[in-house]
Design a protein around this ligand. Structure first.
Ligand SMILES: Nc1ncnc2c1ncn2[C@@H]1O[C@H](COP(=O)(O)OP(=O)(O)OP(=O)(O)O)[C@@H](O)[C@H]1O
Ligand SMILES: CC(C)(CO)[C@@H](O)C(=O)[O-]
Ligand code: BAL
Length: 310
């Protein structure tokens, strides 16, 4: 499908989107917004369906945001599948508009990937962005918070929808909405999974069939901890040990098979759901168990929640 043969309104410029948005504003309808980087899958579509239950107008953005990629990361090869994405959005029959901005318009001062070369205005997130994902991706949440601020200012949604798969992003955006006084209600959708449990992700496209078989290891390790939790174990060591053991076993089996790629755990975190600081024990507040696993050079993330909500 091309831009001209879908019924959905497509906007590539801020100016034209704003003209349309102004008219919607006078109709007293709630606008729901789902920001994405494209290469849409059932995870994205589930957020759109959720938005459709709350809002009369549904807006999606597709924008691969350079500011959240480090120079060593996959900005250039990130999958871009616009025609397929528009087909999927059309088939839902509830999407009103898609915003497809250009990098130059979102970042008028330019956006070199090296943070020290960047010029212009950025949104900094203190306290919750240095741990978990932020350890391996130090500029990531600065980039996410900055682009979400820009998108919220342009789209002016009443409700925004994010996926639990990116759990730290959910906590940070919820705090940002509060801290910067955006008049927006945030909703978090459950993680949509493949049949075997692998969290859907645009980056799953990078996996070869051999890699795909072991990609499930991260989720299986989270489930090992869940089993321990269900057996009333609450201390960190006894909760996490079964998860680490599973990953270590699969890593060794994979090495022995000489398939030409390695598996490497980046981190497993057991954190307080509000502060995102590591905890020694799960108490009444519950906890977030999250992790990242490299399968070859593809970095996959996943999480589960214990007795808490986002
Ligand atoms: N499996 C999923 N279930 C529910 N929501 C999801 C899922 N995957 C992504 N999302 C949500 O969709 C929104 C857009 O995410 P994005 O376009 O980065 O997709 P992605 O699959 O997470 O990509 P990536 O592979 O880069 O992590 C985010 O709020 C994200 O949390
Ligand atoms: C929220 C987001 C669209 C910002 O670029 C991105 O981080 C994502 O897709 O999760
Ligand atoms: N869904 C998170 C986008 C990223 O990893 O850049």
């Amino acid at each position: 499908m091309t831009l001209s043969d879908t019924q959905i309104q497509i906007f590539e410029e801020i100016f034209s989107f704003r003209n349309w948005r102004r008219k919607i504003g006078s109709e007293n309808k709630l606008v729901g917004f789902i920001p994405t980087m494209g290469c849409l899958h059932e995870g994205h579509l589930s957020l759109i369906k959720q938005a459709n239950q709350y809002c009369q107008i549904i807006v999606i953005s597709i924008f691969v945001n350079p500011a959240q990629f480090a120079p060593s990361e996959d900005l250039d090869k990130y999958p871009r599948t616009l025609s397929d994405d528009l087909d999927k959005l059309s088939s839902l029959k509830c999407v009103d508009a898609v915003f497809l901005p250009k990098v130059e318009e979102i970042y008028p001062a330019g956006i070199p990937l090296e943070i020290k070369e960047q010029q212009g205005t950025f949104v900094e997130v203190k306290g919750k962005s240095h741990q978990m994902e932020g350890k391996t991706r130090p500029g990531f949440f600065r980039g996410v918070a900055t682009v979400c601020t820009k998108l919220f200012n342009i789209i002016q949604p009443d409700n925004v929808f994010f996926g639990q798969k990116d759990v730290q992003q959910c906590v940070i955006i919820r705090n940002m909405i509060r801290d910067l006084h955006f008049p927006i209600e945030m909703h978090v959708g459950d993680t949509v999974r493949e049949k075997d449990g692998l969290a859907m992700s645009s980056r799953n496209k990078y996996l070869t069939p051999e890699m795909r078989k072991v990609a499930i290891t991260l989720y299986q390790s989270l489930i090992e901890t869940k089993k321990a939790f269900e057996n009333n174990i609450r201390d960190r060591k006894n909760l996490l040990d079964p998860a680490f053991e599973l990953i270590e076993r699969v890593t060794k089996e994979n090495e022995a098979q000489k398939l030409g790629f390695s598996i490497k755990l980046d981190y497993l975190s057991l954190t307080d759901p509000d502060t995102l600081e590591e905890i020694d024990r799960i108490k009444e507040k519950g906890a977030i168990l999250s992790g990242a696993l490299y399968v070859g050079s593809t970095r996959l993330i996943d999480n589960i929640l214990f007795n808490c909500k986002l």
